[in-house]
Design a protein around this ligand. Structure first.
Ligand SMILES: Cc1cc2nc3c(=O)[nH]c(=O)nc-3n(C[C@H](O)[C@H](O)[C@H](O)COP(=O)(O)OP(=O)(O)OC[C@H]3O[C@@H](n4cnc5c(N)ncnc54)[C@H](O)[C@@H]3O)c2cc1C
Length: 481
């Protein structure tokens, strides 16, 4: 991917007093969903485009994500008879986000989710499974998933398209500073070319001019312990994260130095589904997301009882676990467990355990068997009728599985997962200035580096959707310059 684009203009330029070493019309920072979507749009609009990426491999968090995509009005929803609307998705986002979400950004995501999904499927050629998932925090089933439960399939298709379009992707090239000219326009960036993560100052500092726009798509900062614990001291180095190593804050900080308006930075999301028996995201998270929470129960090992609706939003589930000092475990029956493609790996790595009887499970995990048996019987009986009178979990009698032996169990521990906050953009993906609250000319942003879409809590599948919606808008905006 390092060959130069045909339209690359290698002459030095001058802006104010700043000399530039290279020049493109659009420069994109980051090679995840948001950055690649922006680059494709800008190039398809006829602009010369450069993507820079600080790591040795492209894709960031996008490449390791679960590939779950929240969509309103898809053909799959229609064939399943699900009556959905952008207004319903927006209401779910705002309810989970506790009303901190910027309404115009929420509306933009909700109204463009289908378009973004169809672009991914039809323009990029990404395959999606025929299962529709009812994800946590959603009032309806609307999550679509790639066959391997991985965002890598989408990243691969985006990289192929970038290659077809001749967009250079310069690896190990890290944004250090955004350069604003004397009129306040972002005229380009200073980068470390030949950067070796995570060594600050490695590589050569050069300046790249962007005559039409810079798109910042550098992702979140969940791996940046110093930055995240400055915002929330509880998120210190003892807390694990699901993110890729490069999810650090320096690109966000460069935008703040350039005057961008920060929003909701300390609303850092903890994933309630991660396993305590492996590091990071691992293989166990998707077991819990795909089968554990929808088709099983989460119990507190110290009581043997449920304590929350397993399909409420992530913030609510995390708060119940953390504030009430729960010891969470998820239990499902075999019919549901077998639906998870990586079950064998989970069992082999001892992230999921299989038990023939509830007594064996209780004994091995140190749970009081009597309340656990009561919990299970009550849940099976009520959910079999399509109701959950205790916590109001959305269970449909015809689509759920009874929790019958053999049982499969995963032990949970929340980890830092997602940055709800970032720099504020408007619906045109223009970054807003902290001083004027108006757009910073020449600067666009999309994806997890931005804030305002999700407020206090993002719900399942909305990040992929949001990255592609705003990545495309940012790419088109930068191309128009
Ligand atoms: C394990 C996991 C599973 C997830 N599953 C889902 C899911 O199924 N559905 C969903 O909706 N969301 C999911 N999410 C969230 C979602 O994947 C991310 O929010 C999304 O991929 C972020 O995309 P992005 O393009 O903004 O950033 P990223 O994909 O992280 O890409 C940003 C890129 O910018 C690069 N970069 C950073 N700083 C610099 C710099 N200074 N200079 C140059 N490059 C830089 C990074 O190295 C990175 O490659 C998941 C997240 C994780 C971690």
């Amino acid at each position: 991917m390092n060959r130069p684009a045909p339209s690359r203009i290698p002459r030095p330029g001058k802006e104010g007093n700043v000399m530039f070493d290279e020049e493109y019309e659009v420069v994109v920072v980051g090679s995840g969903f948001a950055g690649l979507a922006a680059a494709i749009e800008a190039r398809e609009a006829g602009r010369s485009v450069l993507i820079i990426e600080k790591m040795r491999v492209p894709g960031g968090n996008s490449a390791i994500s679960g590939g779950m995509f929240a969509v309103v009005g898809s053909p799959l929803q229609e064939s399943a008879g699900v009556q959905d609307s952008p207004a319903l998705l927006a209401a779910d986002m705002v309810r989970a986000g506790q009303g901190l979400n910027q309404p115009d950004l929420v509306r933009t995501v909700a109204e463009h989710s289908l378009e973004a999904f169809l672009w991914t499927r039809d323009h990029l050629g990404v395959a999606f499974d025929d299962a529709l998932i009812h994800g946590g925090g959603h009032s309806l089933p609307r999550t679509h998933i790639t066959p391997g439960c991985s965002g890598a399939a989408i990243i691969q298709a985006m990289l192929v398209r970038c290659r077809e379009l001749g967009i250079p992707l310069r690896m190990q090239c890290a944004l250090e500073d955004l350069v604003r000219d004397r009129d306040g326009r972002v005229a380009g960036l200073a980068v470390r070319d030949g950067y070796i993560f995570p060594q600050p100052g490695s590589g050569a500092r050069i300046r790249i001019r962007a005559t039409r726009g810079v798109v910042l798509a550098s992702g979140g900062f969940s791996q940046d312990v110093a930055f995240r614990s400055a915002l929330n001291p509880r998120l210190d180095a003892t807390i694990d994260t699901t993110n890729h190593p490069g999810a650090t804050a320096e690109a966000l900080v460069s935008a703040l130095r350039a005057g961008a308006l920060p929003v909701h930075l300390s609303w850092i999301q903890m994933g309630p589904w991660t396993s305590r028996d492996e590091e990071g995201w691992g293989v166990g998270s998707m077991f819990t997301v795909l089968v554990g929470f929808p088709h099983g129960i989460m119990v507190d090992a110290t009581t043997g009882r449920r304590f929350v609706n397993e399909l409420t939003d992530r913030l609510a589930r995390f708060r119940h676990i953390a504030m009430e000092g729960r010891d969470p475990m998820v239990i499902v029956g075999e019919e549901a467990a077998l639906r998870y493609p990586s079950l064998t790996q989970c069992l082999k790595r001892k992230v999921v355990w299989k038990y023939d009887t509830l007594e064996a499970l209780a004994l091995d995990q140190g749970i009081d068997a009597a309340p656990l048996a009561e919990t299970l019987a009550a849940y099976n009986e009520a959910a079999g009728r399509g109701v959950d009178p205790v916590f109001g979990k959305p269970v449909k009698a015809e689509s759920r599985y009874q929790i019958r032996p053999p049982y499969y169990l995963a032990r949970l521990k929340p980890k830092v997962h997602y940055c709800n906050g970032g720099i504020l953009i408007n619906p045109g993906a223009q970054v807003l200035d902290a001083g004027t609250q108006g757009p910073i000319p020449g600067l666009y942003a999309a994806g997890e580096v931005t804030g305002g879409v999700n407020g206090a809590c993002r719900i399942q599948g909305v990040a992929i959707c949001e990255c592609i919606v705003f990545g495309r808008i940012a790419g088109r905006g930068a191309a128009e310059g």
